[in-house]
Design a protein around this ligand. Structure first.
Ligand code: ZN
Length: 845
């Protein structure tokens, strides 16, 4: 699965304040006593569901046939089942005694069943307004034209809220889903469509069969009115469904799907394993995407227009969910503690598609961004990737399971080399397909096919936490013609974090040539010697960025110039551009950065140069940034240049930013320009921001920036404009951002604040999340308490997490205010004492 907030194109900044806490202070939600893989007395073989969906009542009338085989003699079957009204349980048409508990259905069998026998139970039940698992999308007052849809989302353990089962990833089974909906609706589920039948009452019944095994959390039903974007890969139909009327947006997001299927099938050496591949975009879906077997479900933000496409791509999400069809669906992690076997594979293989599609530099950059996102989480808590000490399963879907594990697979590729790595992946996949897996299965498969003993690698990267923090320096020995490179690992070594053993590449370059040395690291401090004809002009550590690490490597200005200008590796040039920022009064450095900004062949280096130039002062730096804001082909570079211009107060800056707002096609560049303008032209920017309130953009980026600016300049006119916009016909998402803006402009207006809190009851996850963001921005004193009340009503783990993050931010905010109040009080006291002393002195005189 991919959380919406974790998608690469939804870069969410983590709370800065918590990231300032030292690592190790918080061990995160991994303090539970170690769990075991789930114990089962009975094995699920097949589940057939017959569902009748009713949107008016938001209810499903259902019959489940659950076929089971006992592991030991058994007279009682206990299934996971929650929130369902069971009316009857039968076996061979004979009624059985049963009992329901909040999370269980307990059935007494009519006789004892022995291992090897099959028990088939038929369970009639109703679920009304399901709390989890199944969601009805219906129109409401805030959006009367909302088309009706229904979808399911069961990972990690929400399947038992819509059908009785053993709701665990440990138990594989086959399935059939038969669903009845209005006749104009399309119903999608796992596997092959067996039949479709029109009923006399104006409904239609769809019968889907999943003939090869999967697990309950991968069962899916989606129903509604959709348009189909049809493709094929060899004999496999590939169909992407979008809500009716939006077919024009489909190709931009989905056209590469068959090419991805081809690439992954070739690299893994195991063909795409299911009879069809479908992707379907649904409303009110609070996740990024979910890899239901052969029937992926996706968030509506996946679809976007041409202008958003300048900054946003769905390729990563599409590749991520597709690769799960192998890692997650064909092979499933046996326990949530092993979730990296699903998520790290999906994360890493998506970067491999990027490497195939756009080349090594693009993939290196995306892997670097992933490392940074893990590093932010590591400042909050540190854990082993394989971890059975989780409080609840949803907690394991974090930066350790996704980006960190992805980088661990990248390091495995470095350790083994490409050929052995792909042999290992092929062997692991063929040996374990249609099975549940744990980390040892992966290690054993690698050892079998490559002969490499890898306990050391698995132990440090998967069963321990953290990463090496390197401090590197080099010296030139002119007599011995020798470069001495000293490498220290400075991370705190404890029971969680070891000293790391790893190979690493060290690049030694001079005017004549570039040599790449591979050495083995294993100690906290070590020195490596390399023979060289002449003094190196630069030495780079891990130039291709294979290792997950932090790096301190002090260098002279001259070495950084050489590195920025001449190194073939993106990360070396990028680091040089970053490190040169500290020489921000040096004209030569300014010239070098300007040259990189104008001409580096990779955009991320130009972006870094724009960032560093923002730390300079004066006309030259400003002109360079203005030029880049106008002319760079890549919107990310223009955005960084625009952001940097926010520290250059000058009439020409104002003009340049206004030019961006009126002519740039990138919504995100316009948003950045509005924010910069509010810094450099505080007194003159109100009209620009008022006008920008009318721009409709991807994820409302422009609107949010306009509101930020208007709040900053305390615009009196903004309230009226926003109130007028709220009267019009606007999307729920736009509405909540506008209400949030109004609340920030009028924090004392009880009516406006009440309207903002009302949005927390909206059916749409995106609306609730935006309301939560706005509540944090307003930061009124009762916010924490009111959010905590709402927390208990939420269904989606991501939304619960948004509330937890919001509460934490508000507490930090309050702490800041408390500290200021304390400081003020102490100043007052000092002042009083001084006044007393002065009075006494004066009276003595
Ligand atoms: Zn995933």
């Amino acid at each position: 699965m991919m959380h919406a907030r974790r998608c690469l194109y939804v870069v969410t900044l983590l709370n800065c304040l918590t990231s300032l806490l030292p690592a190790q202070d918080r061990r995160g939600p991994f303090t539970h006593a170690p769990r075991s893989v789930r114990t089962r007395d009975i094995d699920q073989q097949h589940i057939r569901l017959d569902l009748r969906l009713d949107w008016d009542k938001q209810q499903v009338d259902a019959q489940a046939m659950v076929s089971l085989s006992p592991f030991k003699p058994t007279k009682e079957v206990i299934l996971d089942a929650a929130g369902m009204k069971v009316s009857r349980v039968t076996r061979d048409s004979k009624s059985l005694k049963y009992e329901t508990k909040p999370q269980q259905l307990i059935v007494q069998l009519d006789r004892e069943f022995m291992p090897g026998e099959m028990v088939s139970l038929v369970i009639d039940y109703v679920v009304v307004r399901p709390k989890h698992g199944l969601h009805f999308v219906v129109p409401d007052d805030s959006e009367k034209n909302q088309p009706r849809m229904a979808w399911t989302q069961s990972e990690p353990e929400f399947a038992h809220y819509w059908f009785p089962c053993i709701d665990s990833p440990a138990d594989r089974l086959t399935s059939e889903i038969i669903a009845t909906a209005p006749k104009d609706y399309f119903v999608l589920s796992n596997g092959t469509l067996e039949s479709k039948r029109l009923n006399a009452d104006g409904t239609q019944t769809w019968h889907w069969r999943q003939a090869k095994s999967h697990v309950p959390y991968l069962f899916s039903v989606v129903a509604g009115e959709f348009d189909a974007y049809e493709q094929r890969w060899n004999e496999v139909p590939v169909v992407s469904y979008v809500p009716k009327g939006q077919l024009n947006l489909a190709a931009r997001s989905f056209e590469k799907t068959p090419a991805m299927m081809d690439f992954f099938s070739r690299k893994i050496g195991v063909k795409y394993p299911w009879p069809k591949y479908t992707q379907i975009c649904v409303d009110e879906y609070g996740w990024g995407g979910m890899e239901h077997t052969s029937a992926t479900t996706l968030n509506m933000h996946t679809l976007h227009d041409d202008r958003a496409h300048l900054d946003v791509s769905s390729d990563n999400l599409v590749a991520h969910e597709l690769i799960h069809q192998w890692y997650g669906d064909l092979l499933t992690c046996k326990d949530w503690g092993e979730i990296w076997l699903n998520e790290s594979f999906a994360t890493y293989f998506a970067t491999l598609w990027n490497e195939e599609d756009f080349g090594w530099d693009e993939a290196t950059w995306s892997r670097y961004e992933e490392a940074m996102s893990y590093m932010r989480e590591d400042k909050r808590y540190r854990r082993a990737i394989v971890n059975y000490q989780y409080d609840s399963p949803d907690k394991v879907f974090d930066g350790h399971a996704y980006p960190k594990g992805g980088r661990v697979l990248h390091m495995l590729r470095f350790v083994l080399g490409d050929e052995m790595f792909w042999n290992a992946i092929h062997h692991y996949t063929t040996r374990n397909m249609h099975r549940t897996v744990e980390t040892a299965d992966f290690r054993i498969a690698i050892e079998e096919v490559t002969g490499q003993g890898l306990n050391w690698f698995f132990d440090q990267w998967l069963y321990h936490g953290g990463h090496p923090d390197f401090e590197v320096s080099w010296k030139w020995d002119d007599v011995a013609h020798m470069v001495r490179v000293s490498v220290k690992q400075t991370q705190k070594v404890d029971s969680v974090t070891p000293v790391f053993r790893m190979p690493v590449e060290i690049e030694v370059a001079n005017e004549a040539d570039v040599k790449l040395h591979r050495v083995e690291l294993s100690k906290a401090e070590e020195t490596f010697h390399f023979q060289s004809d002449r003094r190196p002009t630069r030495v780079c550590f891990d130039p291709k960025d294979w290792l997950l690490k932090s790096l301190k490597f002090e260098k002279s200005k001259e070495e950084l110039f050489d590195q920025l200008e001449n190194d073939a590796n993106l990360m070396c040039r990028l680091q040089a551009a970053e490190m040169l920022a500290k020489f921000n009064e040096d004209d030569d450095v300014l010239a070098a950065l300007n040259k990189a900004l104008e001409s580096d062949r990779f955009w991320a280096v130009r972006q870094e140069a724009a960032k560093s130039l923002g730390k300079f002062k004066g006309d030259k730096a400003r002109d360079a940034l203005i030029a880049a804001s106008r002319s760079d082909a890549k919107s990310f570079v223009r955005r960084e240049a625009i952001k940097s211009l926010g520290s250059f107060k000058h009439a020409t800056t104002n003009d340049a930013l206004r030019a961006v707002i009126s002519t740039d096609q990138s919504y995100y560049a316009i948003s950045e320009a509005l924010q910069a303008l509010a810094k450099v032209d505080v007194s003159g920017c109100e009209a620009d921001h008022l006008a920008a309130l009318n721009i409709v953009s991807h994820r409302q980026e422009v609107l949010k920036a306009a509101i930020d600016g208007l709040v900053k300049v305390k615009s009196a006119q903004a309230c009226e404009e926003i109130s007028q916009l709220l009267e019009g016909d606007i999307s729920p998402e736009r509405r909540v951002v506008l209400i949030g803006g109004l609340a920030r402009l009028k924090p004392a207006d009880a009516e406006v604040i009440a309207k903002l809190y009302e949005q927390l009851d909206n059916d749409r996850t995106s609306v609730r999340r935006k309301a939560i963001d706005a509540i944090v921005e307003v930061g009124d004193p009762g916010a924490i308490e009111r959010l905590l009340v709402k927390r208990d009503e939420q269904e989606i783990p991501g939304t619960i997490r948004s509330i937890d993050d919001a509460v934490e931010k508000l507490r930090d905010k309050n702490k800041g205010i408390e500290t200021l109040q304390k400081q003020l009080e102490s100043l007052r006291q000092q002042n009083r004492k001084l006044e007393d002393r002065l009075n006494k002195l004066e009276s003595k005189e």
